[in-house]
Design a protein around this ligand. Structure first.
Ligand code: DX5
Ligand code: ZN
Length: 222
């Protein structure tokens, strides 16, 4: 299980996105792009045109987290323009199997996200359809929220289901992940860590990524 860090540009300076991306280029594994539509979540960020522009300059693959209504209609396009990973929310998708297959068919990794109150057990049968399961550790919508410890049992349960299914599914956590909370997530079985404020809120974002990675690696080695 290799530890991966995916800095969220939600906490970056949107007027200087190319520079902000460059700041973590040598340190991070992915760039986490939060797409919010002001309907599925009470916040509005960016969409397909910005993702297309980022793809032209980004030195890292894009991990697009779609917090939008009707992902069945909009998600495949993110994969078609070249995003390397596209994650949809289980709560928003009406035909998740079809949409996840369309994402894969367009050449991207397919991800399924679960809000804090959404149980994972009902999705065990979909593990063969996905490359990554995202367990949200805050209610989606905003950066800088407090990590929800109540999600830790679900991370453990998700890791157990992945192991039982013998599936090569990455287990991502997103929300409130910091130097203070990352070890708990890693111990529970997460292997891909999104961090917004804990990376872009620091003076040296690349050093922050390396520090988070070291903490997660140490926690999984224990
Ligand atoms: C929240 C987003 C996160 C957000 C995380 O809805 O999905 O990706 O950027 O920000 P932090 O790490 O500050 O909680
Ligand atoms: Zn996110």
């Amino acid at each position: 299980m290799a530890i991966q860090i995916s800095p969220s540009i939600l906490s970056a300076d949107f007027a200087r996105l190319a520079d902000e991306v460059e700041a973590v280029a040598g340190a991070a594994d992915w760039l986490h792009v939060d797409v919010m539509d002001n309907h599925f979540v009470p916040n509005l960020t960016l969409g397909l045109p910005v993702v297309e522009s980022l793809l032209k300059v980004a030195p890292l693959p894009l991990d697009c987290h779609l917090m939008i209504e009707d992902p069945d209609r909009w998600a495949p396009a993110y994969a078609e323009v070249g995003a390397q990973s596209v994650t949809i929310h289980a709560e928003a998708a009406k035909a998740p199997v079809r949409t996840l297959r369309a994402i894969r068919a367009a050449g991207a990794r397919a991800g399924l996200a679960l809000n804090p109150a959404t149980p994972v057990d009902g999705y065990a049968d979909l593990l063969g359809e996905i490359d990554m399961l995202l367990v949200m550790t805050v209610e989606p919508g905003f950066g800088g929220q407090k990590f929800l410890d109540l999600v830790l049992p679900k991370i453990r349960r998700a890791r157990e289901l992945i192991r039982n299914a013998d599936a090569s599914v990455w287990l991502q956590v997103d929300g409130g992940v910091s130097a203070e909370t990352i070890e708990r997530c890693a111990e529970a079985g997460a292997d891909v860590f999104v961090a917004g404020s804990a990376v872009y809120g620091e003076k040296d974002p690349a050093a922050a990524v390396e520090h988070l990675r070291a903490l997660a690696e140490r926690a999984t080695a224990r």
